[in-house]
Design a protein around this ligand. Structure first.
Ligand SMILES: Nc1ncnc2c1ncn2[C@@H]1O[C@H](COP(=O)(O)OP(=O)(O)OP(=O)(O)O)[C@@H](O)[C@H]1O
Length: 220
């Protein structure tokens, strides 16, 4: 992205922001509460629109795409993991993972088979349990599997380990940071957790509208 400005309630939140996440690269964004980290992810997803700047994802400026095309581009090229997973508890993990593909018109058998494969690869029990019955860590790994279903170019995560204990946090971080290495996508993760941030290839700190390199400075 380049030259990204965003203002909310008369306050300049993001100012001429520049950021590139390459294929196969992981970038962590840290920074004070309220500095605009979640807003940055919303802008990349096209959920909110910036008045100025370009946000290139898989070669397309998502800031300029009209609604329908934007939704399809997002579905195809971006995966998102939220802090609390945002899964449907009454569905099975496989149903949760397959749902976006089914809504996009994909064949049911293929979507379920790919969903099962992804979940098994991320160590989530595939049969028997409803999503509500899973542990917090298993639920978040299910959310990662769902985000990976479309083989996105860019994987985004907002405090993906914020609600987990240490062991579950490490397991979720393992599968997240594996994604750029194994699947070649870019990973942009917003986190307050220094032990998660330090796994990234680069750590950036968002403060007063600007992103600054914080790698190896212990500023997470
Ligand atoms: N719809 C809105 N109307 C007014 N202010 C908003 C709105 N959405 C977000 N904000 C404000 O924008 C600022 C940035 O919010 P954001 O959630 O992006 O911060 P953050 O860095 O992710 O914070 P945290 O680390 O606490 O999650 C906050 O001060 C928030 O109150």
């Amino acid at each position: 992205m380049s030259g990204l400005d965003y203002e909310i309630g008369g306050r300049k939140l993001l100012s001429a922001l520049e950021l590139t996440v390459c294929k196969g690269e992981s970038v962590a964004v840290t920074g004070p509460s309220g500095s605009g980290k979640s807003t940055l992810l919303s802008l990349i997803l096209g959920l909110v629109r910036a008045p100025a700047g370009r946000i290139l994802v898989a070669g397309e400026d998502v800031a300029a795409l009209p609604g329908g095309k934007l939704a399809r581009w997002r579905q195809r090229h971006m995966g998102m993991v939220f802090q609390f997973g945002e899964l449907l508890p009454e569905l099975s993990p496989v149903e949760n993972v397959a749902l976006p593909a089914l809504l996009a018109g994909e064949n049911r058998g293929e979507a379920f088979s790919r969903g099962r494969e992804l979940l098994a690869g991320l160590g989530v029990p595939v049969d028997g349990a409803l999503t509500a019955d899973l542990s917090g860590g298993e639920r978040q790994r299910t959310a990662v599997a769902r985000a990976l279903m479309s083989q996105p170019s860019l994987l985004l995560a907002d405090e993906p380990t914020g609600a987990l204990d240490e062991q579950a946090r490490d397991q979720v971080a393992d599968v997240l940071f594996d994604a750029p290495r194994r699947r070649g996508c870019g990973l942009l993760v917003v986190t307050h957790d220094a032990s998660v941030a330090e796994r990234a290839d680069r750590v950036l700190r968002l403060s007063q509208g600007r992103l600054a390199d914080a790698t190896d400075r212990g500023q997470a």
